[in-house]
Ligand binder design. Structure first.
Ligand code: PNS
Length: 164
């Protein structure tokens, strides 16, 4: 690449508590669409998470290790500040169903006011995972249910360990 080559770099921000097959589907497809994808794991002090931010980053690093243009970082504060810090031009988000639309559009519009040069790209979640959320994974696991169809094996083991 020459020094004038424009790199399409995107940030996929989220809680990833824990990462699911739905997230992994978005990560895989987004990584194919941009040059570099940075997964931003939000350290949200106001929200009680099952996993520490370090645990969430580590799990994401393990499950994305074979995707060469993916990097995993934690951040706190505004997503758009992290995006600018990373010198990225895009925010990636997944849309599972109409129920996500209100919140996601509100967030995208707010982010665009704060950072007009940053655009949000939405990926329609694969139908196979359209029902899936980190919250339901935790709920099922908390009652001893099988979560191996929802999350990668190392994640399932870590979630189960938390509830034992
Ligand atoms: O995985 P999630 O919980 O749906 O992700 C939500 C996330 C992290 C993208 C969103 O809460 C976020 O960007 N939080 C950081 C604060 C911020 O930038 N808010 C957007 C202004 S509306």
């Amino acid at each position: 690449m020459t020094e004038h080559t424009i790199i399409r770099r995107a940030v996929y921000p989220g809680s990833f508590d824990p990462v699911t097959f739905g997230h992994l589907d978005i990560i895989t497809r987004a990584a194919q669409s941009v040059d570099e994808l940075i997964i931003g794991v939000l350290e949200n002090r106001a929200k009680i998470a099952l996993f520490s931010v370090e645990e969430r980053v580590n799990m994401l690093k393990i499950i994305t290790k074979d995707i060469p243009n993916v990097k995993v970082e934690s951040f706190h504060g505004l997503s758009v500040d992290f995006v600018r810090e990373q010198e990225a031009g895009f925010i990636v988000r997944g849309l599972r169903a109409i129920t996500d639309f209100d919140y996601e559009l509100q967030m995208a519009q707010t982010n665009r006011i704060m950072a007009p040069k940053v655009d949000t790209i939405f990926f329609a979640t694969n139908l196979e995972y359209a029902y899936l959320s980190s919250t339901t994974v935790k709920e099922v696991a908390s009652y001893g249910g099988d979560i191996t169809k929802f999350v990668p094996e190392i994640v399932a083991e870590a979630v189960i360990a938390k509830y034992q």
